[in-house]
Design a protein around this ligand. Structure first.
Ligand code: PLP
Length: 447
C-alpha cells in the first residue's frame, strides 16, 4: 500500500510489515490457526480480514483475547459509549428477546415507538421524525433519498476525505480514496469541496481559511443552483477535527439561501461522546436531517437512525429505507436502555470531565515529546497527531506507537495514517483512563 493510500485509510493498515512483526512476537499457534481459518472463509478486504487477533470477551472498557490478555479498548469502532456489556443494556435486550424477538412488517412495537419519541426529545432544534436502519451507511442512504424527494433535486455537496459508510451511495458522497478508487461509476451529481481540516492548505494560513471555505461552499451552491443537500460530518471523525466556531452556521445560512438541506452525519459522534448529546450542539448548528448510529445500539445491537424536521415527512408513498430489521424490538430496547444509562450515569458530564483531564495530560506529553505535532479533541474523543500529515515517516512512527501500545494492553485506531484517536467508553474510570495514558506515554518515550 502506498503512503497516500495509508494516509487516506479509515483505520490502521492490515497488511503492514509492522503488523506481521507484532503477530510473530505475540500471537501463539492456536490464535494463528483461528486467524488462518478466518482468512480461509472470509473475503479479504482492507482494514478487516486478515485480522490481527482473536477476541473472546468484551466487558466494560476491555476486550480479552484468546490468549487471555486484557486490552483497554480505546478503538471500539466508536460503538461503546456505555462500555461493553453494560448490565442495563444486556438486561433490556434479554427481556425483549423473551417477549418480542422480532417485529414483522405491518406491525409496530412499543419499544420502537418509545425510541422514536426519545430520539425526537434528545435531538436538537425541531428534529422530530425518525426512521431506523440497521447500519450507519443505510441511514446515510435514507437521508440522501429523503433529500432528493423533499427538494426534487439529486445533487449533493460533500467533503473530500469524509467518510459516510461503505455502501456505494455513501462512498459517492464520501471522499476517501481507499473506498472510491476502483469501485467504478459512483452516484452522479456528488460534488465535493476540500475538507475543513485542510482549509488552510487551500484557503490561506492567515486564520481566515474556514471563512473562505464557507464562502466557496456558498459559491458552489449558488452556481449549481440545484443542490439537494450538503452532507458532512460536523466533526471529522477519522482525524478528530472540529472546524472553528462560525463555520457551520455560515454553511447552514448558505444552505437556507440556496434551498439545499443540511445533513449532519453523527454516526460516531452521537450520544454524548463529545460531552454533548450531539457534537453539532457545540457548533451551534441544527441540520435538517441528523444521522446517528454506532453507539445507539449500546455497543451490542446494529442500530442507526435519521431524525428529520417534521415538514420533511413528504414521502408516504415512496420507500426511504425498506429494511427487514427496520423496527427491531431488540435493537430498540438496547437503544432505549443506552439512553437511560447516559442520563442516569451522567455520561455527558463524565465525557467532559474525563476528557478535559485526558486533554491536559496529552498536552503535557506534547510539550515533552516533539514527535507530537498537535493534540485536540472534544469530550472523550481525542486525537494525537504524530509528525506531519501525509509523510511516510509520520505514518510509520504512528504505526510503531500503535503496536507498542497493543503490546502493553491498549488498543486505539490510527486515523488518516498518523493520528492516534482515543475513543474510550464514557463509563471508563479515571484509573483506567490514566492507565491507558501511561501506556501511551511509555510508548511515546520509547519512540
Ligand atoms: N458515517 C461515519 C462518520 C462513520 O464513521 C461510519 C462508520 O464508521 C459510518 C457513517 C457508517 O456506519 P456503518 O459502519 O454502521 O455503516
Amino acid at each position: 500500500m502506498s503512503s497516500s493510500d495509508m494516509s487516506a485509510a479509515e483505520g490502521d493498515v492490515n497488511l503492514s510489515a509492522e503488523r506481521r512483526a507484532f503477530q510473530k512476537r505475540h500471537i501463539d499457534a492456536q490464535t494463528q490457526q483461528w486467524l488462518d481459518e478466518d482468512e480461509r472463509w472470509f473475503l479479504r478486504q482492507s482494514l478487516s480480514t486478515p485480522c490481527l487477533n482473536v477476541a473472546t470477551a468484551a466487558e466494560g472498557s476491555h476486550i480479552v483475547d484468546l490468549q487471555g490478555r486484557r486490552i483497554l479498548d480505546f478503538h471500539g469502532n466508536s460503538v461503546h459509549q456505555v462500555g461493553y456489556g453494560h448490565p442495563s443494556v444486556v438486561a433490556a435486550i434479554k427481556s425483549q428477546l423473551d417477549t418480542l424477538p422480532f417485529c414483522p412488517r405491518r406491525y409496530t412495537n412499543t419499544s420502537a415507538i418509545d425510541l422514536a419519541r426519545r430520539l425526537a426529545e434528545v435531538a436538537p432544534g425541531k428534529l422530530e421524525k425518525v426512521l431506523l436502519a440497521p447500519s450507519g451507511s443505510a441511514a446515510i442512504g435514507m437521508a440522501l433519498k429523503l433529500a432528493r424527494y423533499a427538494t426534487g433535486r439529486h445533487k449533493t455537496l460533500s467533503m473530500w476525505d469524509a467518510f459516510h459508510g461503505a455502501n456505494l451511495d455513501a462512498v459517492s458522497v464520501g471522499g476517501e480514496a481507499l473506498f472510491r478508487r476502483g469501485a467504478g461509476p459512483l452516484l452522479p451529481g456528488t460534488e465535493h469541496v476540500p475538507p475543513p481540516g485542510l482549509a488552510a492548505r487551500f484557503f490561506g494560513q492567515d486564520g481566515r481559511a474556514h471563512e473562505r471555505l464557507a464562502d466557496y461552499i456558498d459559491y458552489v451552491l449558488e452556481v449549481q443552483g440545484d443542490v439537494a443537500a450538503v452532507i458532512a460530518e460536523p466533526m471529522r471523525w477519522t482525524t478528530v477535527e472540529l472546524p472553528p466556531p462560525g463555520f457551520w452556521p455560515r454553511v447552514r445560512a448558505s444552505c437556507d439561501r440556496h434551498g439545499a438541506l443540511l445533513i449532519f452525519d453523527e454516526v460516531p459522534s452521537c450520544l454524548g461522546r463529545t460531552g454533548t448529546m450531539f457534537v453539532c450542539e457545540q457548533a451551534d448548528t441544527t441540520p435538517d436531517i441528523l444521522v446517528l448510529g454506532k453507539g445507539l445500539g449500546g455497543g451490542i445491537m446494529p442500530m442507526a437512525a435519521i431524525v428529520a424536521r417534521a415538514d420533511l415527512d413528504v414521502v408516504p408513498e415512496g420507500a426511504l429505507g425498506h429494511y427487514t430489521h427496520e423496527k427491531s424490538p431488540v435493537g430498540c430496547a438496547a437503544a432505549l436502555a443506552t439512553l437511560d444509562v447516559i442520563a442516569e450515569e451522567g455520561l455527558l458530564a463524565a465525557a467532559r470531565v474525563l476528557g478535559a483531564h485526558a486533554l491536559e495530560r496529552l498536552r503535557s506529553m506534547a510539550e515533552r515529546y516533539p514527535v507530537i505535532s498537535e493534540v485536540r479533541g472534544a469530550g472523550l474523543y481525542l486525537g494525537v497527531e504524530i509528525g506531519r500529515r501525509d509523510t511516510l515517516d509520520a505514518n510509520a512512527r504512528a504505526e510503531r506507537l500503535l503496536y507498542r501500545c497493543l503490546e502493553a494492553g491498549l488498543s486505539f485506531k490510527l486515523g488518516g495514517g498518523n493520528v492516534v484517536t482515543l475513543c474510550p467508553p464514557l463509563t471508563i474510570s479515571r484509573a483506567e483512563l490514566d492507565e491507558a495514558l501511561d501506556i501511551l506515554e511509555a510508548a511515546m518515550a520509547a519512540l
